[in-house]
Write a protein that binds this ligand. Sequence first.
Ligand SMILES: Cc1cc2nc3c(=O)[nH]c(=O)nc-3n(C[C@H](O)[C@H](O)[C@H](O)COP(=O)(O)O)c2cc1C
Ligand code: SF4
Ligand code: FES
Length: 576
Amino acid sequence: MVTKQIVNEINSLKESYPSKDSALLPALTLVQKKNGNVLTLKALQEIANIFDVPIGKVYGVATYYSMFNVDKKIGKYHLQVDTNIPGVLTGAREILSHLEKVLGIKAGETTGDGLFTITEVECLASCGTCPVIQVNDVYYENMTASKVDQLIKSLRKGEMPERKDDSQFGTVCNVLLKNRGVKDATSIKVAKANGAYKTLAKAKKMKPEDILKEIKNAGLRGRGGAGFPAGMKWGFLAKGTGKPVYLICNADEGEPGTFKDRQIMEYDPHLLIEGMAIAARAIGAAKAFIYIPGEFGWIADILEKAVDEAKKDGQLSEVDIIVHRGAGSYVCGEETALIESIEGKRGQPRIRPPFPAVSGVYDCPTIVNNVETLASVPFIVENGADAFKKWGSENNYGFKLYGISGCVNKPGVYEYPMGVSFNELMKAAGGVKGTLKAAIVGGLSVAIMKAEELKDLKMDYDSCAKKGTGLGSGGIMVISTEFSIPEIALRTAKFYAHESCGKCVPCKEGSYMLVKILKKILSGNGTSQDIDNIIKICNTVRGGLSLCPTGEAFSVPIGAMVNKFRSEFEELIKDN
Ligand SMILES: Cc1cc2nc3c(=O)[nH]c(=O)nc-3n(C[C@H](O)[C@H](O)[C@H](O)COP(=O)(O)O)c2cc1C
Ligand code: SF4
Ligand code: FES
């Protein structure tokens, strides 16, 4: 039901955006939250009336995002277990089976008393603390069977246990994670006592072009995955259009194996806000967004509080920052899909060009940068490009967050100079658990590397590219000899088939076909022709046929899994 109070709240949400349609996702989230975690068709009609749009538009948007439960029955406690690759490597499937056994239902079902629903979901960007169960808005991490029993016992009593944070980290550069262990570092008082906003004060006295020059000189490459130089991107901004300029911080963190950006947002939000305020000055943006996954509800709250404090403290005199919550969609991490999502639409990528720097959100010049990229800006402006270049090597400068998950003893986020060796990172993460078989070093969308290829791998953009893989987001998934690559290939294909936005055929059909073939092989009914067909599909999709990089994001890793571990696939079909 959409009460008068909810209508008022939605109307004020509409006022807070440059365009009222941008409030559609927040409105759907609000109505769902106030109505037992479900969106009925009646509620969608009421929302359509408030936005003065046809119900078809609202229905189309609501059914696109996985967090919206349209016309579904959801129990009082929605238990969402993620079983993506890092989860598989740390026992998430066993946790899911245990949960199913304890509750006597399967994933996708609700208990007869209406208390519990289990849903199997994709990566929750908590890969260093997998297995994870998200109960309504709360993450329970590092789950074991006995912790599951304890959790269910509490929930049956109507008690939601407090979230316990036992994530691990380490830093040798002491920039992005310098406040990670500091108590109350999210409060502006503590942050300022540790130096926050000093550089913003300096930047406010600098000419925008001088800030841009420093970022260009530093050679800061975007940390969202592609490694595109930030200064060059800012320089591409369309000038003299007469339209407002927008800055968007991409905090979507949807790539499996990636859980680095939340370290900054959750533990040092003022570092990001300061970086955004400086970047906004450099590009002339008076309005900025932080696009954060809907699953990160508590982190969005931390950010909103920090923005509010920064505003009250006079720090945001030149830019207004809106924290915008997504609603469950990997593809919304792609910058043009993200822009569509901010505009209140299904998060499907746009055809480029035009690039966002020319025509982005609301058809205005827009810069989209990753959290880590923007959080690196204050250091450069404060200390100068040369200080940044003290780390790394030519074309790959600075400090970097590496998220290490899977078969290691101390999974977590580690801040090291760009170009640190894979072996050094393994040492930081407490060593490999078991015998190293392979690793996927840049989030799920890059080519898998065999143990022998990892020996002397330097973790920077160019070194990884030279070795036929990618640094991507710096999310490293470590795989021991205990695990089967065909199983990992199937889980990869399932992820992309689930997440494909469906706008273009090679990605939509290609990912679906790969799931079908891999299932056939794993069930013992495959032929060697099936293995060749996987390669054929991957080569076709990666040939630039798909509309956005998602096609490459699955055809590259799955193709590499088959090419590098073909014998494991062949073993499954040897009796045919
Ligand atoms: C399917 C897909 C998902 C992506 N997800 C993210 C993401 O979660 N976070 C991110 O910063 N960039 C993501 N990107 C890259 C963005 O499109 C964009 O390049 C990036 O935000 C730019 O920031 P940067 O220049 O600071 O790296 C994704 C790209 C694709 C194709
Ligand atoms: S490649 Fe996939 S995600 Fe990208 S537009 Fe096509 S269908 Fe959508
Ligand atoms: S949070 Fe479990 S796979 Fe990423």
